[in-house]
Structures are given as structure tokens and as C-alpha cells.
Design a protein around this ligand. Structure first.
Ligand SMILES: Cc1cc2nc3c(=O)[nH]c(=O)nc-3n(C[C@H](O)[C@H](O)[C@H](O)COP(=O)(O)OP(=O)(O)OC[C@H]3O[C@@H](n4cnc5c(N)ncnc54)[C@H](O)[C@@H]3O)c2cc1C
Length: 418
């Protein structure tokens, strides 16, 4: 089959790779000049379950909202008066109710375990070396935050993920570079969780996909898609392109494209931030990746640089840097590894993503048999991308997926019209 994948982020490129492996004729359509130019460029670089720590964890959304007016905050609003934003936040709070959260976590961890298996396979392919490191510390500054993370710990235990809750002294033995001046209550150590360079991974996988015959059409923005009589027509810059099937893996752009075919995704635009800075003192730089639960910011060592990512600006998809977000990233660097780098010299980046309130991606067929969706990966795209791509490739190829996709498809909104 001739299949178009819209979006050259981590999700689209993984999908294209598995479709080519299944023998399809694949073209990836991307509006920028290369892959991984949007959310896949600026994400937290965590590939494992530590990335599956959604805003819908009970108590988290309320805590983030209470921090809104601090000079450093994990969250910012582009406008306080937008009804769509308050509607989305209401849905987020509804998803934070304990039974809903548990159900969403079970769905996420089912996909994440499978995705990890797929990712292990990809990482061992020749030519794949993307600055991976094992070991993540999820740090709780206060006892309240540690208590709020209980459902996450339960979900990790249930999915068989190895992890250990450590007192500060034990955490400092594992990561001696942690500043002694920053107080924290405890840290969750995930020894097998990995961090790495997500954009580098995507570029390397693109190369593998090209070797398998995948075509990449860059600088091609899809205006619309249309499905009729077993054919999909993709309109690119005013020109039409026919294909047997299309996979919408366009990150923040997915909702708009799907709206054209009458499918409405409850995503909300969120702008995310990252900072990259050269390491000045390698002895005082971290060996493990660190996730600061208070500010929801991750700090990862990538070769000779540190990458600090996080902070979410709700309702914004432009690329204007919000100073408060930059302050938060600098504060997190200064708090944990003050002498590893001069964070004031960091290069900042921001870009759009689309978040679903439940934080569980949507995969699979739409009511049009030849339009597929692979979107809404929220804060865990890299941790979920390989598994999501393989599932879509199996569904399109008419093979039974390796895991149950219950709760991952559009059927979960069955009470709405799709
Ligand atoms: C604060 C935050 C931290 C995160 N940290 C992590 C993390 O640690 N680990 C993790 O796994 N995930 C993380 N994520 C999630 C992750 O960054 C994103 O969800 C992920 O990169 C999305 O991948 P994607 O391929 O779906 O989207 P993108 O990387 O955004 O790719 C979509 C592509 O589609 C293209 N596109 C869009 N519309 C069109 C169109 N009309 N025509 C042609 N091309 C189009 C875009 O140009 C873009 O290149 C984080 C997200 C947030 C919000």
C-alpha cells in the first residue's frame, strides 16, 4: 500500500519505519526542512516510565495552578480569559479523580512496556547511538509531593518497573554532584529508565527509514486531507496527492487536520521550553537524568551539554519565549548542579505540542477506514513512540496488534460522534 505519514516528529518517523518494515511504500510529509523540529526537539529526553508522570496525577494540577503566580513556575497562561483553556483544565481535573487516573495509568503503562521492547530493538540497530544513559532520579522536594506521587509508584510497581524510593543521603551517594544546599524530601530511583538525545534518535531513525525506501518530503505543509472511495487526497501547498491511507502524526497540528474530516480531538495547545548549555565542570555535572517534580523540569546530560526541559505555557503555539519559563529552567539548573554550567549562557528553545487531558495517546483507525491517527502523546511521546508506531503499522497491515489496544483508540470517546 502507498501510505502517507503526516509529521516528521518522533511519532511520525517511528510509524514510517515500521510501515516500511511491513513492506509498505511510505512517504513522510513534514512542513519543516528536517525531522524533529517541533515537540520532539524540545522534550525532556526521557525514554522510560519516568516520563509518564502526567499532569492528571491526583493533586498535581491543583498544585501547579497554585504555583502560577510565583516568579518561577512550571506553568504559565498565555491568556487567563480564554474559555477553551478553562474548559480543558476542567477536563484535566476530572481525569485526576483517582479511579480515572488509575485507568489512564494502566493504559499508558501497557503501551509503555510494549514500547520499551520495541525501543530496545531499534536502539540496537546499526548506526543508532543517541547519547543514551541509564538511570533517572525523580526528586520530590517536599513530603506532600512524595505522598502525591503514590499512585505513580503503584502504577510503576504494577507494571513491573524496577524502582526504589531513596532518602536524600542514599540519593546523593548515587548522584554525588547533587548540590548539598538544595533540600529535598526523597527521590525515586529508576535504574533502567533511560535518557538520551531525542532529536538525534529521530534523525538516525530517519536515515534507517530512508535506507528502507521511505521518502521524506520536507518543506511541505499539508493544508487538508480528504477521504473518498478508498482513496485519501492530501492537499499540500495547493497541490493534490493521492494515497491509499494516511496516518496523522502531526503533534500539535493533528487536531486541525483531523477537524477537516469531522474528527475532533480534545487536545489543547501547550508551548514547551528547553535550554541547552555547555558543561563547564564535568566532575560537577550529573551522571543520572534528574526530574524535579516541583517544577516538572528534567535535567539531562547529553555529551558535553546539559539539557533542561519542561515548563508549559497553556494556550500558546507561537515561538515567543516567556521569561518566567526561562527563569524556571535556570533555577532548576542552579538548584541541583550549580557549578556544572553557567546557566545564564544557555540557549533557549520553545515549541508547540498538543495535550489531551487524560494524557493517553490516541492510536488507530478513524471512522474512515483509510485515515489513521497517532497523536496526543502528551509528556511521554518518546516513551510511547516506538510501540505506537508498530501498533499502527500492524493495524494498517491487517495484522492483530501485539497488545490490547482497548482504551488507546478513538473508541474511548464512544459517547461522542466520530
Ligand atoms: C513539558 C513537556 C515535556 C516533555 N517531555 C517528554 C519526555 O521526557 N519524554 C517523552 O517521551 N516525551 C516528552 N514530551 C512529549 C514530547 O515532546 C512530545 O509529545 C513529542 O515529541 C511529540 O512527538 P510528535 O512526533 O507527536 O510531535 P512533534 O515532534 O511535534 O512532530 C509533529 C510534526 O508534525 C509536523 N506538522 C504539523 N502539522 C503539519 C502539517 N499540516 N503539515 C506537515 N507537517 C506538519 C510538525 O512540523 C512536526 O515536525 C514532553 C512534552 C511536554 C509538553
Amino acid at each position: 500500500m502507498r501510505i502517507a505519514v503526516i509529521g516528521g516528529g518522533v511519532v511520525g518517523v517511528c510509524t514510517a519505519y515500521y510501515l516500511a518494515e511491513a513492506g509498505h511504500d511510505v512517504v513522510v510529509i513534514e512542513r519543516y526542512g528536517n525531522v524533529a523540529q517541533e515537540a520532539s526537539f524540545g522534550n525532556l529526553d526521557l525514554m522510560g516510565p519516568a516520563a509518564l508522570n502526567p499532569w492528571s496525577m491526583p493533586g498535581t494540577a491543583g498544585r501547579l495552578l497554585r504555583m502560577l503566580f510565583r516568579p518561577e513556575s512550571p506553568m504559565a497562561f498565555s491568556s487567563k480569559f480564554e474559555p477553551a483553556m478553562w474548559g480543558w483544565l476542567r477536563r484535566l481535573l476530572a481525569e485526576s479523580a483517582a479511579p480515572r487516573f488509575l485507568q489512564n495509568q494502566q493504559r499508558l503503562h501497557r503501551l509503555a512496556s510494549y514500547s520499551r521492547e520495541m525501543m530496545d530493538g531499534l536502539a540496537h540497530r546499526p548506526g543508532m547511538d543517541f547519547e543514551q544513559r541509564s538511570g533517572v532520579l525523580l526528586v520530590f522536594r517536599t513530603d506532600k509531593e512524595a505522598a502525591q506521587a503514590r499512585p505513580l509508584l503503584d502504577a510503576l510497581a504494577e507494571s513491573g518497573t524496577q524502582c526504589e524510593l531513596l532518602e536524600p543521603a542514599a540519593a546523593r551517594l548515587l548522584e554525588p554532584a547533587l548540590s548539598e544546599h538544595t533540600y529535598f524530601h526523597s527521590a525515586l530511583y529508576l535504574p533502567h529508565d533511560q535518557a538520551g538525545n531525542c532529536p538525534l534518535f529521530v534523525r538516525q531513525l530517519k536515515k534507517r527509514a530512508q535506507e528502507m525506501g521511505v521518502e521524506f518530503r520536507f518543506n511541505s505543509a499539508v493544508d487538508s486531507i480528504q477521504s473518498e472511495a478508498g482513496q485519501v487526497t492530501v492537499r499540500i501547498d495547493g497541490q493534490s496527492f493521492d494515497t491509499d491511507a494516511v496516518v496523522v502524526a502531526a503533534g500539535a497540528g493533528s487536531a486541525r487536520l483531523l477537524r477537516d474530516v469531522g474528527i475532533s480531538l480534545p487536545t489543547y495547545p501547550v508551548k514547551v521550553y528547553s535550554a541547552s548549555v555547555a558543561i563547564q565542570d564535568f566532575e560537577l555535572a550529573p551522571q543520572l537524568a534528574l526530574f524535579d517534580d516541583t517544577y516538572r523540569v528534567a535535567l539531562t546530560r547529553l555529551g558535553k551539554r546539559l539539557r533542561i526541559s519542561g515548563c508549559a505555557e497553556l494556550g500558546s503555539s507561537n515561538v515567543k519565549l516567556h521569561q518566567k519559563a526561562a527563569n524556571t529552567l535556570v533555577k532548576v539548573g542552579d538548584d541541583w548542579f550549580p557549578n556544572a554550567a553557567n546557566y545564564r549562557t544557555a540557549t533557549f528553545w520553545c515549541g508547540p505540542t498538543g495535550m489531551l487531558p487524560e494524557g493517553v495517546p490516541l492510536l488507530g483507525a478513524t471512522r474512515y477506514g483509510n485515515v489513521f491517527v497517532n497523536a496526543g502523546h502528551g509528556a511521554g511521546a518518546w516513551a510511547l513512540a516506538a510501540g505506537s508506531g508498530k501498533l499502527i503499522a500492524d493495524l494498517i497491515s491487517g495484522r492483530p496488534p501485539d497488545i490490547d489496544i482497548d482504551g488507546l483508540s478513538l473508541n474511548r470517546y464512544a459517547d461522542q460522534t466520530y
